[in-house]
Write a protein that binds this ligand. Sequence first.
Ligand code: SAM
Ligand code: SF4
Length: 501
Amino acid sequence: MRIWTGPPGGYCWTMMQARILCRTQAQIQTQIQAHLIGIKDRRQAAMNNPDMFSFDSLKARGLFDKRLPRYTSYPPAPAFTDQIGAQFQAEALAALDPDAPISVYLHIPFCERLCWFCACRTQGVRSIAPVLHYLDTLEAELALIAQHIPARLKVRQMHWGGGTPTILPPELIARLSRALQRVFVIDADTEFSVEIDPTLVDAAKVAALKAAGMTRASIGVQDFAAHVQACIGRLQSYAQTRDAVLMLREAGIKSLNVDLVYGLPFQSLSGFADTLEQVNALAPDRVALFGYAHVPHMAKRQKLIPEAALPDDRARFALFDKATEVFTQAGMMPIGIDHFAHPDDSMAVAAAAGKLRRNFQGYTVDGCETLLGLGASSISRFADGFVQNSSETGSYTRHIREGGLAGARGYHLSAQDRLRGRIIEMLMCDNAIDFAELNLSPAQRQLLAPALQALRTECRGMIQETPSRLTLDPQVRPILRRLAHFFDTFCVENVGYSRVS
Ligand SMILES: C[S@@+](CC[C@H](N)C(=O)[O-])C[C@H]1O[C@@H](n2cnc3c(N)ncnc32)[C@H](O)[C@@H]1O
Ligand code: SF4
């Protein structure tokens, strides 16, 4: 069970009780058992292969020199071309099954502050005028999409990301929610998550989001150490963050995620350990722990980051290890390559049941085939492929204002892409390949033989294999992207991708 490290006082204790009460006894038992089996497996595997996943062993195998995709899609977005765009998008929208629920991603590409470390597609604004203008365009895009899709599609999952969705004042949150409601069925069953900047949120915005149906909040923290924050151009006190968390909990938001980043300038093991304890005190249900992606050729503001102060490979590895230790001791389960979740959180439940999925936001419990992306740069996923809206807000706006869909780049999936994509997703989510689900033909077995052989060689001694399933030991976690890469026929290692570890 969880070690409670929170501050004294009743509030957080009440949250923990509430979380426990939400679960049935049987669910608790199943989750704890799965967790304990995972820990036992890890211990056993570590005894079998003491050095295999030490820093030195991974370094000797060149892991830290790799720049590989995070496989939030297959093929990764850099493989999209401008041959696929609005026409493909229109046909895919028209072909949607009226009875199949969908997911929606909505992008708000604005921030009041522009943090230097951030690689997200966003722009700084000093007034509300560009945001209002963008909202008009989003409404026009929704009206256009409504002309293509079956009426009243049910939304099972919705995510507002950015940028900073909480830049919207309460009246614009309500207006956007009404515009979405006009086109889709969004109801009490819809899981609705929002990215929240704790320095740009207040009770009125939280109330408006709750009224719009928000069920999960994702809070950006990164690191609480003041000297780290100063070097990444993002000042945010613990008190400010705690107040935002309390506001969300008091509004009845049951599921909270915290984003952290390791590998930031001047991050030290002891300083990061303090941040981890402070995060535990906030009692999040999930934590996303991203490795800092330093890509100043793409995100120009990162040129303000003092490169000499970035932790080296060994230090990054130790930071990730420290977080794993602290969060697992606090009762969280490691999920995929970069998440942790309490056993009763829907992500941990989905992971334990082999139902975890991967999409452009990272890990998700969303099993919908269709993901509709709204707004500049957002990506839609259809049965037949992907379409990305124009990335620049200006050209996205022009397309929509001229009455056309904004799809500008994309990819039409072949049967082989789908097969490889599903295997990559299985590896990234489940540490496994489920041959029973894939039901490979002899030709497909032959096609995949080199990749499977490479996987077996890389993970010798760390695989259990039966005719129906190949399962990898849990400590292959640091090399999952590398293992997934064996099945990728698109990507050459590329400086445009982030580091593997
Ligand atoms: C859209 S942003 C943050 C949402 C919100 N605007 C905020 O600042 O709290 C989502 C997350 O992406 C992660 N992120 C952004 N840039 C990154 C980078 N260069 N490397 C790793 N993670 C990054 C951060 O953890 C961030 O919280
Ligand atoms: S971290 Fe959030 S607030 Fe900072 S620039 Fe990125 S999206 Fe904007």
